[in-house]
Write a protein that binds this ligand. Sequence first.
Ligand code: GDP
Ligand code: MG
Length: 381
Amino acid sequence: ARGASLTDFAEKIGVDPAQLVQMLFGLGEMVTATESVNDETLELLGEELNYVVQVVSPEDEDRELLESFDIELGDEGDESDWTVRPPVVTVMGHVDHGKTKLLDAIRDANVIEGEAGGITQHIGAYQVSTEVEGTERKITFIDTPGHEAFTAMRARGSQSSDLAVLVVAADDGVMPQTIEALNHAKAAGVPIVVAINKIDKPEADPTKIRGQLTEYGVIPEEYGGDTMFVEISAKSRINIEGLLEAVVLTADASLDLQANAVQDAQGIVIEAHLDRGRGPVATILVQRGTLRVGESIVAGPAHGRVRAMIDEYGNEITEATPSRPAMVLGLSAVPGAGQSFLVVEDDRMARQIAEKREARERAALQAKRRVRRTLEDFMAS
Ligand code: GDP
Ligand code: MG
């Protein structure tokens, strides 16, 4: 249980809700049966009734909810169905070192001229392709303003990226947020590629950057380490291709990126908002399976049928395979960045799961409010 209403709790343990109301009254708490109470109160009630109340984490609770529909989030199916998928990359680094400029440079360098659409859209993530050793390779970049989505995803414990590009300005050097980014990458266990940016500047000192990062245990290949350092200029568009190649080579060397593309799609919400004309719009990243127009999905507390999918060029697409980002139309509400999405059997199941999640969120919120109100009453008395 977690922040449940008294009625729900009573039902779970098979007692009369009125009995619980009465018990709480006896303990000095005025609660109606439909109101939500916090975990501590549930534990207290449990004790009184000789029940062991186990408070489960929201993640576990959600897993249980999905299990009751015979769905396992993260299930990769049969290994024989796995195929190679592109790496998903986040750009990190100190403020003003050129993250946004670099993401723009990579995106612009990959607009296929003359193709329908042609002008890239900011949808929170994009996929580019680059030729490495004679083979066409794809890379997905997470491209969110201020990287709020990334922070939200980390807070939710959902890993979205496989690899990080650490941008360090060659005229400024390693700064506090450089180290912070480095620590995040380490904690997440993702390999990094260092982009020494702004080499167009006369005061640029790439050797200094290599030395500084070496002190933090990030040792360049040319010094016998295993991290690729690439000198670039995001502004003057120098060596962007070289950076993309380093990303692919690093992914190949240290990651075995595969996914099942034949199962029902599952993945993560990168960002979402309410569009005046189109309603809730969510950019999702497919992590496994293939998402198709017309399928029923649940994304956090939102549900719906995929009405349309739009890629980073503004073109409509009919399906999205692993590591592909896409903007999805047709949801009932705006899900949160970092929440999971998954395809389910039909609209009915999608709605049922979404409604249960929504009820749970509401209950948790209500319980929080109640605690605050009780505290305020207490302070006032
Ligand atoms: P962010 O805070 O890391 O996203 O940094 P921005 O991409 O916004 O860049 C910060 C500033 O550095 C802007 O004024 C950019 O024009 C500038 N900048 C970014 N990359 C380069 C570069 O390669 N060379 C030079 N000279 N300036 C750059
Ligand atoms: Mg920026």
